[in-house]
Design a binder for this molecule. Structure first.
Ligand SMILES: Nc1ncnc2c1ncn2[C@@H]1O[C@H](COP(=O)(O)OP(=O)(O)O)[C@@H](O)[C@H]1O
Ligand SMILES: [Mg+2]
Length: 625
């Protein structure tokens, strides 16, 4: 539905204007030729169409003996039979030309659809993380899907339907004027105008009714599903009757709206019939009187009727076409709106590629908030010297992951600076910056493809041997060998067929392939049990060797070896130092450490007990996370 937006004529023109470059694509002379030929066929077919009533008229006159054909038309057409054949032949030719036109134009329209879909898709990836976090991905793909369908609609109904109808109407008007006088033109024009005016008014009214119908349909559906989902609850409280009444009330609204949709269609059709019927009656009376006066032949009378009947065919579709165009415009507008959204983070005009030497990271007095009302980082300064490892720990929500998003430049900071090898990341290109950093996130999402595809994603040009080697380093090669199809096993949507630990190791393997100078590990092991964690930790230690590494961790046991540990709390650095120094300080870190050690000991103890009870088997069969 039109989303409550009214679509004016100017927006139709604007949309056609926006679409024009896609309909007349530069660098595609073949498509341009198709447009030209489609236009030629369109015109020719309309002229041929107008011949149809003429042949009808000539046949009638010939049958009446009112027509002296000799010398007027080629010999072939002489005789009523020949004229009847010609009449039907013209109709066939006209039909053929129309099909040719549609076929020619199809590839132009489809090319436009593909170009716009491509452009929108690329644009989606250019937009910032914030945009994507705030929009539902499903919603976005629906906008693209509807938008591309809207293009087809607009192309089909304006270029292939409305414009030809307009041409046909103009030609008809000219023929009436030229052949029968101004009054015929006036009546036709007035009838068509009244017809279109009425159709548009009635369609607007019907669009609103349809919306009510769709809404109540959705409402009834939701209620039914919700009620069935709560099957048990309904039984617990014996509320079947109440549920049925609730459902029935929604259906009652639907019943009324659906009835209205049909009645209104009846009114629309009837109104159209009345208007067109009046117009035809007036025209035929005019013609009949002229025949009586001897100014016109019976052939003329038949001609006028045939012309009007012919004109009524496209007019019949106008209500439908209008509705489709309106819907198409809304859908296309939404897609164009999407294309106009500017990316939040953009390369500076004079941005240069990052000149990476060893990948030293430096945060200087960084202040940042996602939302101005709530500061997240309040003056953070720290450095990760080239090749060293710095760990950031702290309670959940302290702003640890935010640090990694800032280093990737998903967001720009409000004040301070983030730099890599002495270059402020706002002065370099995003592409070069991101290619220098490898990230192993907490929740790895995989592409719905094979294991090999997902590992190779780190460097698409990698050979099979390199992919295998990366898997070895990430400690996942052994697991992959056990899979029935090895590297060619499909991982399922978002990687659901792999356990958390397995997905994590795939993520590590692809980072190994990328081989970046800088590595960020954002709670890469926190969701795993201790045994899996130890395996992955081994993998991570290998990968982070000689790389500048920022480790964000929840479990402190994984950061003991870091060159510096930063304790972040509510966006501020509460403590910093090595593991030993922080323990000695006996502050926040020390208390976190003690708490976690107790928890780990309890876990180990529980595990031993379970293994004794043989319960371990059950546990080991369960997924790791
Ligand atoms: N995209 C976002 N928009 C608004 N607030 C956010 C966004 N991402 C995170 N936050 C908020 O910022 C704070 C720090 O988040 P984060 O850095 O992810 O914490 P953590 O230390 O647990 O990794 C949290 O309170 C979170 O609610
Ligand atoms: Mg986090």
């Amino acid at each position: 539905m039109a989303n409550g937006k009214t679509v004016s004529d100017s927006s139709l023109l604007q949309t056609l204007f926006n679409l024009w470059p896609y309909m007349w694509p530069t660098g595609r002379p073949d498509l341009k030729m198709r447009v030209v030929w489609a236009a030629v066929y369109l015109l020719v077919s309309k002229f041929v169409l107008l011949l149809v009533p003429y042949f009808f008229k000539w046949s009638t006159d010939a049958l009446n003996g009112k027509m002296d054909l000799a010398g007027k038309v080629p010999d072939l057409f002489v005789g009523a039979t020949a004229l009847v054949i010609a009449y039907n032949l013209t109709r066939l030719i006209q039909l053929g030309l129309n099909q040719l036109r549609d076929a020619l134009f199809a590839s132009v329209g489809q090319h436009a659809v593909r170009q716009l879909a491509y452009k929108t898709f690329v644009h989606m990836h250019e937009l910032s993380l914030r945009f994507h976090l705030e929009r539902k991905t499903g919603g976005l793909s629906r906008v693209i899907e509807r938008g591309t369908k809207g293009i087809e609609t607009i192309v089909r109904f304006t270029i292939l339907n409305s414009v030809p109808t307009l041409i046909e109407f103009l030609l008809t008007a000219v023929i009436f004027w030229w052949g029968y006088g101004f009054s015929y033109l006036a009546v036709t024009a007035f009838t068509v105008w009244a017809y279109i005016w009425f159709t548009i008014r009635a369609s607007d009214w019907r669009i609103a009714i349809r919306r009510t119908m769709n809404d109540s349909d959705t409402d009834a559906n939701t209620k039914a599903i919700d009620s069935l989902l709560n099957f048990e609850t309904v039984k617990y409280f014996g509320n079947e009757e109440m549920e049925a009444r609730r459902f029935d009330r929604s259906m009652e609204r639907y019943e009324k709206a659906a009835t209205d949709v049909w009645t209104s269609l009846g009114w629309l059709n009837f109104g159209q019939g009345v208007i067109f019927g009046l117009g035809t009656t007036v025209m035929l009376i005019l013609s009949a009187l002229a025949v009586q006066r001897g100014e016109q032949t019976v052939g003329d009378f038949v001609f006028v009727n045939a012309m009007l009947l012919q004109l009524s065919v496209p007019l019949n579709f106008i209500g439908f076409v209008y509705r489709e165009i309106r819907q198409g415009l809304t859908d296309i507008e939404q897609m164009f709106d999407l294309l106009e959204v500017k990316a939040e983070v953009m390369d500076a005009p004079d941005a240069e590629p990052l000149d990476i030497k060893q990948g030293a990271i430096s945060f200087k007095d960084v202040h940042f908030s996602y939302d101005p009302a709530r500061p997240i980082l309040k003056g953070i300064s720290f450095e990760v010297p080239a090749g060293k490892t710095v760990a950031v720990v702290g309670p959940s929500g302290a702003g640890k992951s935010t640090l990694s998003r800032l280093l990737y430049r998903f967001y720009d900071i409000q004040s301070g600076s983030v730099s890599v090898d002495g270059q402020d990341i706002r002065t370099v290109t995003q592409k070069s910056l991101r290619s220098a950093i490898g990230m192993v996130p907490q929740d790895t999402v995989l592409f719905n493809d094979t294991v090999a595809y997902n590992v190779r994603y780190g460097r698409p040009s990698a050979t099979d041997a390199e992919v295998k080697a990366a898997a070895e380093i990430a400690q996942i090669a052994h697991f992959i060998d056990l899979l029935p199809e090895g590297f060619d096993t499909k991982v399922g949507e978002r990687g659901l067929k792999l356990s958390g630990g397995e997905k994590q190791r795939v993520a590590i393997a692809r980072t190994v392939l990328k081989a970046p100078p800088i590595l960020i590990l954002d709670e890469a092991t926190s969701a795993l049990d201790t045994t899996t964690e130890r395996d992955i930790q081994t993998a991570l230690d290998v990968v982070s060797k000689n790389r500048t590494t920022l480790v964000i961790a929840h479990r402190l046991s994984t950061v003991i070896g870091a060159d510096e540990i930063i304790v972040l709390k509510s966006g501020e650095i509460a403590e910093r130092g090595t593991h030993a120094a922080l323990l000695q300080k006996n502050g926040l870190y020390a208390s976190m450490w003690n708490r976690q050690r107790e928890a780990t000991q309890a876990e180990e103890h529980l595990k031993q007990v379970r293994e004794k009870d043989d319960m371990g088997v059950v546990n080991r069969l369960a997924p790791a996370t």
